[in-house]
Design a protein. Structure first.
Length: 207
């Protein structure tokens, strides 16, 4: 149960809460986390007071709205680690992560942010990142992943991926797949490849 819920809700309150979450998912996916809370309340057909009673902050709303996506990230990382071929597992993680982010602009922003009061969300995010770090280590040992790859490089690619927004969902998905293929080729170890510039430290933004 989410940390901000401490007692069972009445059926009408549960309905309101689900409408708020559904509206948040729609608007966060289309517009990102900057969408005003009043627009979420309007789409959910509830008053602002009702919205804030269920979710006092946008942080609490965003982390609950994206709980399923974060669990999917967790599963993607596990799938990659379970693959006996580390490079194939690494490529799978990139492809599936980009596919997930292609469906929601807001989730990319949430994943790249720090939410101090959302301990479960932060723990799942940390698990996913540590899993990718371990998978990258294994892929480097096989000689398929370039030796100078750093986790911050993947975060940089996620930031760039946020630019894939215009057009239909089908167009965004197709563009995301192509971008994932380009990223994989950029990360692949090739003889004579030039060294990369110093690694940028891309700390998550404060939520």
């Amino acid at each position: 149960m989410p940390e901000h819920l401490t007692h069972p809700l009445r059926s009408d309150a549960r309905d309101n809460r689900e409408r708020i979450l559904d509206a948040a998912r729609v608007l966060f996916a289309a517009e990102g986390l900057n969408v005003p809370m009043r627009e979420i309340a309007r789409l959910a057909e509830v008053g602002p007071a009702t919205l804030y009673r269920h979710f006092p902050t946008k942080e609490s709303l965003a982390t609950e709205a994206f709980a399923d996506q974060m669990r999917t990230c967790h599963a993607i990382a596990d799938e990659g680690l379970a693959d006996p071929d580390p490079w194939r597992g690494f490529c799978h993680v990139i492809e599936r992560t980009f596919e997930l982010n292609a469906h929601s602009r807001g989730f990319t922003e949430a994943f790249m942010s720090t939410f101090p009061n959302a301990m479960d969300f932060a723990a799942s995010r940390e698990y996913a990142l540590k899993s990718v770090t371990e998978l990258a280590r294994r892929a480097k040992e096989t000689g398929h992943l370039r030796a100078d790859f750093a986790l911050d490089d993947l975060m940089l690619m996620l930031m760039a991926h946020r630019g894939i927004q215009p057009g239909s969902q089908a167009a965004r998905t197709a563009a995301s797949r192509r971008f994932a293929a380009l990223v994989i080729e950029a990360f692949r170890a090739t003889p004579g490849s030039a060294s990369l510039p110093p690694v940028p430290r891309l700390a998550p933004a404060a939520g």
